[in-house]
Design a protein around this ligand. Structure first.
Ligand code: NAD
Length: 501
């Protein structure tokens, strides 16, 4: 057992709701159990927000917004608090990473090197931008001055999934808070711990009460209450398409609030016959799907490959898959950790039988046991070859370490098959010809297209989907537009006094 497991046992966990600047249990005392996917054991009973708790959090957020304590505060004060929050996240890197890995099954190395630093960088990046965005002056006639200014929306409800809890939370709360909104965050049932730690750090950073609340709870209860609340001005959601559509209904049936959706994906990795560096391509393809045990919304789950390079590339992809260290998320050497829950494990494993039914060639597809963690949810890196893209394996989001391979001939067929999907979150194309790369990048219906690489990303570029993958965009300065409304102030200047002289 690694040192991290011993440290996890010594953690003092915050399990209460965080509302209006205070930690407190749910009004009706309800809790839900949170289990660790590394061993299937109970981590803690977490307070479960009911509709009345969500109402308290939203009303506190609205009060804070109206008071101006944050929304009208000097921009440098908002910067100071968010800079401090970012610093505190890095000062508490080990604890945040441990909570994240314990809860989600991420390898601790990834949580420490990727998740927590990225989340802290996101908070800092939006804080830096606060006093660098200018408003507009419209080209009016001489007798008027029209200002176009951005104003915070009010109360933002952020509802996030379990696959990258801290990073996705940061993508939403950082621009929303930087723009002056109040935020009520509903973490996923499986992963509430890092969000509650973030609330502690926000208090330490000096965030005024009510501006940022965290209401863990069941989606159908707490998530729904937030989605239907008449004082919530915007919902920003990341999760499954089915729940995303519910939020559209909640909005339509309540106050018509704005809804931004970041949903799932079935991202194609297109490899053409002229691919130059087969080793680099195969490594990117394998990591593009196996990283985080395939629980990545933009994971490159479909390999669309020209038949002339199929064998050479696939042999290397399989070799990379076999070389990855699958193990205890709390072991520093682990590269592939656990599937987040028993339900998700069963879902992923069910696709092995479906692949056989659809006559795919199956490599892997089994649950594996990690030493000393018999209750853990681990699945080996899996490849389904010779997949008909039109079947269930080619079309459905599996959300596990499973690559589906479909063979094509030539660029035109590759693009047609790549676009034959309800989703459109991300895609990649591998080719030595830059003209072909540009032409294909334009044709692929996806929010992000990588050329000769996969999954390189940063807060500096927008992220979101086309088609069933949703309509919202996280990251980049465009996120400020998502959390502000434009206001026109038209000033009549009348006749110029100079004309009266
Ligand atoms: P989910 O949709 O079940 O849950 C997401 C959030 O919605 C959770 O906080 C949950 O509590 C809440 N929720 C669930 N049911 C609800 C309801 N009836 N009313 C209101 N809220 C409800 O998704 P998940 O299982 O947490 O995440 C996996 C899915 O999310 C996958 O499909 C994945 O592709 C997608 N995803 C997309 C992105 C992206 O950026 N596009 C990122 C991560 C995950």
């Amino acid at each position: 057992m690694s040192n991290w497991a011993a440290r996890a046992a010594e953690l003092t966990l915050e399990t209460r709701l965080f509302i209006d600047g205070e930690f407190r249990v749910a009004l009706d005392g309800a809790t839900f159990d949170s289990f660790s996917p590394r061993d299937g054991k109970l981590i803690a009973a977490i307070s479960a927000a009911g509709a009345a708790d969500v109402d308290l959090a939203v009303r506190a957020a609205a009060r804070a917004f109206e008071s101006g304590v944050w929304s009208r505060a000097d921009r440098r004060e908002r910067q100071r608090v968010l800079f401090r929050l970012s610093e505190l996240m890095l000062e508490n890197l080990d604890e945040l990473a441990l909570l994240e890995s314990l809860d989600s099954g991420h390898p601790i190395g990834d949580s420490r090197r990727v998740d927590v630093p990225n989340a802290a960088r996101t908070v800092r990046w939006y804080a830096e931008a606060i006093d660098k965005i200018y408003d507009e002056v419209a080209p009016t006639p001489q007798n008027a001055l029209a200002l176009v200014t951005r104003e915070a929306l009010g109360v933002v409800g952020a509802v996030v999934p379990w696959n990258y809890p801290l990073i996705i939370t940061a993508w939403k709360i950082a621009p929303a808070l930087a723009a002056g909104n109040s935020v009520v965050l509903k973490p996923a049932e499986l992963t509430s711990l890092s969000a509650l730690k973030l609330a502690q750090l926000a208090v330490e950073a000096g965030m005024p009460a009510g501006v940022f609340s965290v209401v863990p709870g069941l989606g159908a209860v707490a998530g729904q209450a937030l989605g239907r609340h008449p004082l919530v001005d915007k919902i920003t959601f990341t999760g499954s398409p089915a729940v995303g559509r519910r939020f559209l209904s909640y909005a339509g049936e309540s106050n018509g609030k704005q809804v931004a959706l970041e949903l799932g994906g079935k991202s194609p990795q297109v490899v053409l016959a002229d691919v130059e560096d087969i080793a680099a391509c195969a490594s990117a393809i394998a990591w593009g799907i196996f990283y985080n045990a395939g629980q990545t919304c933009h994971g490159g789950s479909r390999l669309i490959i020209d038949e002339r390079v199929h064998d050479a590339v696939l042999t290397e992809v399989l070799a990379v898959g076999r070389s990855l260290v699958l193990g205890d998320p709390l072991d520093d050497d682990t590269q592939i950790g656990a599937i987040a829950s028993q339900i998700q494990l069963d879902r992923v494993l069910a696709y092995t039988a479906i692949a056989r039914d659809e006559s795919a060639v199956v490599h892997g597809g089994n649950r594996v046991t990690v030493d000393g963690l018999s209750g853990g949810y681990f699945v080996e890196p899996t490849v389904f070859d010779r997949v008909d893209n039109a079947g269930r394996i080619g079309q459905e989001e599996i959300f596990g370490p499973v690559l589906s391979v479909s063979t094509v001939r030539g660029a035109a067929e590759a693009v047609r098959v790549a676009n034959d999907s309800a989703y459109g979150l991300a895609a990649s194309v591998w080719t030595a010809n830059i003209t072909t790369a540009h032409a294909i990048a334009r044709e692929l219906r996806a929010g992000t297209v990588w050329v000769n690489t996969f999954d390189v990303a940063d807060v500096i570029t927008p992220f979101g989907g086309f088609k069933a993958s949703g309509s919202g965009r996280d990251r980049s300065l465009h996120a400020f537009d998502a959390y502000t409304a434009l206001k026109t102030t038209w000033i009549n200047l009348g006749n110029s006094p100079l004309n009266n002289d």
